[in-house]
Design a protein around this ligand. Sequence first.
Ligand SMILES: NC(=O)c1ccc[n+]([C@@H]2O[C@H](COP(=O)([O-])OP(=O)(O)OC[C@H]3O[C@@H](n4cnc5c(N)ncnc54)[C@H](O)[C@@H]3O)[C@@H](O)[C@H]2O)c1
Length: 377
Amino acid sequence: MKTNEINVGIVGTQFMGRAHSNAYLDVSHFFDLPAEPVLRAACDNDPVSLDAFARRFGWQDKEADWARMVSRDDVDLVDICTPNSLHLPVAVAAARAGKHVICEKPLAMDADEARRMLDAAREADVRHMVAFNYRRVPALALARQLVEQGKIGRIFHFNAVYYQDWLVDPAFPMVWRHDKKIGGSGAHGDMNAHIVDLARFLVGEVEAVCGAQEVFIRERKTRDGKGVGTVTADDATQFLARFRDGAMGVFCATRFATGRKNFLRLELFGSEGSLVFNLERLNELEYYSRGDEETEQGFRSILVTESVHPYLKAWWPPGHIIGWEHTFIHEIGDLLLAIANHEDVKPDFYDGLRCQQVMDAVGQSAEQGRWVAVPGE
Ligand SMILES: NC(=O)c1ccc[n+]([C@@H]2O[C@H](COP(=O)([O-])OP(=O)(O)OC[C@H]3O[C@@H](n4cnc5c(N)ncnc54)[C@H](O)[C@@H]3O)[C@@H](O)[C@H]2O)c1
């Protein structure tokens, strides 16, 4: 690779493919990076989607086969934006070919796969990242700073919900997200994975879980309208958690929260203060401090748009808010910086594995109807 270029090969050209492409195109307009991303090649097994995507975002070359893509000499970084069952084979092949890898979440179908991916990346000594983009919402990065500074004190509670409602409609057809063989799980891997990662980011490791899962609508029409498919992946998963440091956790992910489109809310209650975040108000963080004068105590809403706040120096003057797509720009920026500087970047495949271990334990708990310990490593 030229020292001032990082050549990217992306696999998957729909939702996340678009979000990541936008980030590669925008990142060096706003962040000072030692190396610029080059949109070298895009890959998809759907030629129509691939053509339109490559044209729209300016990807230089196209590949129909991911195995060819990851072995190209002119690709330095492989970006995986495919359904979950492809994460393991693409990531392992990419690492073995000496490529750096960013992989969408959940990292894998289960913890066993996640461990194999981590091992492959470590053995190849490449940079690896799992795309938990919500860590890079400035308000949540600020939340982490406040926790690290001791402003929240000992954390007692972490409560998080992630709600969507796109499956309430019984006419919504079968997609890959309904199929355990392709997704690994449903709302659990798609949405709980995000809030579990945020729990690890803000509170620490989860020690044990007790969960329940449900499929509310068991059969759906196939996309062509001619057949009927069986839904094998959960529509909703909720669970209780105990953290290693003694905090208690409550988690709920559902695609049946009627009226909620992409509603992620979390609360942290601690001995010195509390934090509340709501993704629909992404630029704000609610903070309560027991250190405030008694007469002035109450939740305040911090508008996280000052240049002293995480990532904001690169953007607009105070009060000029940013959006969801910026989280991907921050993520890609940090990854490119790490590659250029030969440094590790978080969250990496280890974080993906730890998240997956919590997810698997919840699945076991739901099946067995009891608390299940999360493995220690
Ligand atoms: N970070 C987030 O907020 C977020 C949001 C949505 C999805 N995701 C994750 O991103 C990943 C992709 O999800 P999506 O919503 O973009 O899915 P999608 O269905 O919109 O796109 C998947 C793409 O992969 C392509 N694909 C499928 N099989 C392929 C193959 N064999 N070879 C090459 N391409 C293939 C499809 O044609 C499609 O272009 C999933 O792991 C998902 O969990 C993350």
